[in-house]
Design a protein around this ligand. Sequence first.
Ligand SMILES: [Ca+2]
Length: 253
Amino acid sequence: MNLDKEVKEMTKVRTRMLLPSLLVLSCFLVLALAAMPCSAAEVWSDNFDDGNLDGWFAGASATVVDGCLRGAGHSAEVLRPCNLSCGSWSLDVLDIGGWKEPYQPGLYVYFMGSDPDASLRTFYCLRITQGNTATGLKYIYAITKMDGSATTTLASGDGLERADLKGVLHHIRVTRSPDGHMSAYVNGTLMVEATDTEIASSESFRIIIGYDYAIDNIVVDDTPPLAVPLELLAVGCGITVVIVVIAVIAKRR
Ligand SMILES: [Ca+2]
């Protein structure tokens, strides 16, 4: 047996020895991927295209205009029963202007909250306000908590600096995982995240909006957010495919 042949034979033997563990590893990866939630489970949604606020408890200044929820006064409040504590809350928000009008309250999305009549008030809220920068304007996103006695800011993050906020469309998605990790994405970009488990249950979904905003396409979904980022999932899939291909080639030799 010449040296070349010997090296080839040794490589073959080594690959064969490694095969069982590679196959077990790939099986684990495939099973892990299969266990990931992949189908959306909508709990409720409203696109306001029916022109009304049926299903909501709405303040007098809340209204529907052109298929969107609007606040006719300085601020409007809408609320509906919702017991979701893990999953996602999505909505589209169009900034329709009125920037720097007096009494502008921003936009508060209380994605988890106690019954408004409860003696002990609790909530987690995505608070969107506006701020000045050296050359323009920006949105400021914060996740806040009311634990029954005081409101605290768990985390906050700044949005992009812009010359003007009027006409900006945000697709907002807030997620909360079973371990209390909350993330707020704006047009797919993570803006703010925090982990808190003090409030474990919810009875209501509530929004307070100023007249600057038009809200549409609210979707509440109980699919737990992915514990593993999509990028890592893609890498996992890639590794599995490579391992399977190596296994097949080695077996055929
Ligand atoms: Ca609509």
